[in-house]
Design a protein around this ligand. Structure first.
Ligand code: EPU
Length: 420
């Protein structure tokens, strides 16, 4: 198994290019199932989650070629089912195949999704949406089977705001008869990205990015070219890493509009953040950071996916910080690892209290999940001495070339093997 070996203490300085958004890419790829002909996806992040989807769809009959960050995909002969539990179970986003296959074939059969263990991770809102459109959903032996004679547009009000349910039901409703109105939807940038892709292909979707999405069903969609939006979470992770190491980093190829809540919190913590152009943000920190309170919320609130990185940053801030995790019930596991490094953190349910310390020190820690892994890497960067982070496979699921990008900014980080 691979690990990261980090010799902490270096300030991150320089320029870094942000890649395409993981959580958009993992929906865009399945969404192409609805499109006839070839689709070209650009700015594709080179991460293991997109590789898994590549393998899964290829096995089902898609013809896919990849050249750097460009994927050309043709789903003309794709099957409406897969029983590959190993691949589908490796990630959460395999559930987007349900919405896309249901829209195209009115039928889908795939293994239940996997992904990071952040809590119960239900899919009841996806199922509610499919059923309201006229489908029958059965779950047994780890498989989800969905079938409809036809899909008919209707009003669906989600009980909670769910990114996955919003996108999945939008995918199916794109090919339903009549008008579907989705209420209490997620407004994340990748929801808008998927709606933009579908609209380019001939769908009629209005309101993505607001609380209500209206979908006028169409009978066919054509292949298009689509550039994936910049990764909001990768951007935020490096912004926080720059701040935590008292660095000075210019992040390029970003979307500053998506980063408002993160910029606000960093400024509250005493970090200088400047939008230098329509796609560049500079983060500079040279003073002791200040303690802050952070509440995670659906977009445009502070993203849960940056809760772990900012939690690490706050371990060395001046004073006591509080984090309230409103989205996932089990996203504080990285804090136990941070305490091994000398932080002073306690957790009560969904609230973490972080009492700032002067320094943390290197230790052997294990990434509990993707963003917790990024948080521990940031911890290694600010700690005194050597840190070994295992569980690198979590990080590879969502961060492209993380150690290369950090090295480029001056970090002392190496990927090592068990025997090293
Ligand atoms: N939920 C339900 N029922 C549902 C769906 C969700 O109760 O049918 C609950 C979840 O258990 C959770 C909350 O609603 O407590 C929000 O879940 P959501 O559906 O919004 O999350 P998701 O679509 O499964 C995506 C991202 C996550 C990110 C969340 C929230 C992908 C592949 N994953 O998950 O990203 O944390 O939205 O923004 O898009 C990550 O990238 O590290 C990651 C975990």
């Amino acid at each position: 198994m691979e690990k990261f070996l980090i010799n902490g203490g270096n300030r991150l300085c320089g320029e870094i290019k942000i890649g395409g958004a993981k959580n958009a890419a993992v929906a865009v790829i399945p969404a192409t199932i609805l499109l006839s002909g070839k689709t070209t996806i650009t700015n594709l992040p080179r991460i293991s989650d997109t590789e898994v989807l590549h393998k899964l769809l290829s096995e089902m009959g898609s013809k896919i070629s990849i050249d750097g960050t460009t994927m050309v995909i043709d789903n003309e002969d794709i099957l409406h089912h897969t029983h590959n539990f190993d691949l589908a179970g490796k990630m959460r986003a395999s559930y987007y195949m349900c919405g896309a296959l249901l829209g195209r074939y009115k039928e889908a059969e795939i293994p239940l999704p996997g992904g990071c263990n952040l809590g119960t991770r239900q899919i009841d809102q996806h199922i509610k949406g499919f059923e309201k459109l006229g489908a029958e959903v059965k779950i047994s032996h780890g498989l989800i089977r969905i079938k409809a004679d036809k899909l008919v547009g209707t009003n669906i009000c989600f009980d909670i705001v769910s990114v996955g349910a919003t996108i999945n039901v939008m995918l199916a409703a794109t090919m339903a008869e009549g008008i579907t109105k989705l209420e209490n939807v997620a407004k994340e940038p990748h929801v808008v990205d998927i709606a933009n892709l579908l609209n380019k292909a001939g769908a009629k979707i209005e309101g993505a990015g607001t609380d209500i999405i209206t979908i006028y069903g169409v009978t066919s969609l054509k292949g298009v070219e689509h550039e994936i939006i910049p990764d909001q979470i990768e951007t935020g992770t490096y912004m926080i890493a720059a701040a935590a190491t008292k660095g000075n980093v210019l992040l390029t190829d970003v979307c500053p509009e998506h980063m408002e809540s993160v910029m606000d919190k960093l400024r509250d913590a005493g970090v200088e953040v400047a939008v230098e152009s329509s796609n560049q943000i500079r983060v500079k920190a040279d003073k002791k950071l200040l303690a802050i309170s952070v509440k995670t919320l659906p977009y445009p609130g502070f993203p849960t996916d940056l809760q772990s990185p900012i939690g690490t940053m706050l371990t060395v801030a001046n004073g006591t910080s509080m984090i309230i995790e409103n989205i996932w019930e089990n996203r504080f596991k990285y804090l136990d690892e941070l305490n091994k490094m000398g932080s002073d953190v306690s957790v009560d349910g969904r609230i973490a209290i972080i009492r700032g310390v002067d320094k943390i020190t290197g230790a052997r820690v294990t990434a509990p999940d993707l963003r917790g892994g990024a948080a521990l890497i940031i911890a290694g960067l600010i700690a005194e001495g050597y840190t070994i982070v295992s569980g690198v496979e979590h990080v590879d699921r969502g961060y492209e070339d993380m150690e290369m990008k950090l090295k480029q900014l001056g970090a002392d980080i190496k990927r090592i093997r068990e025997e090293d």
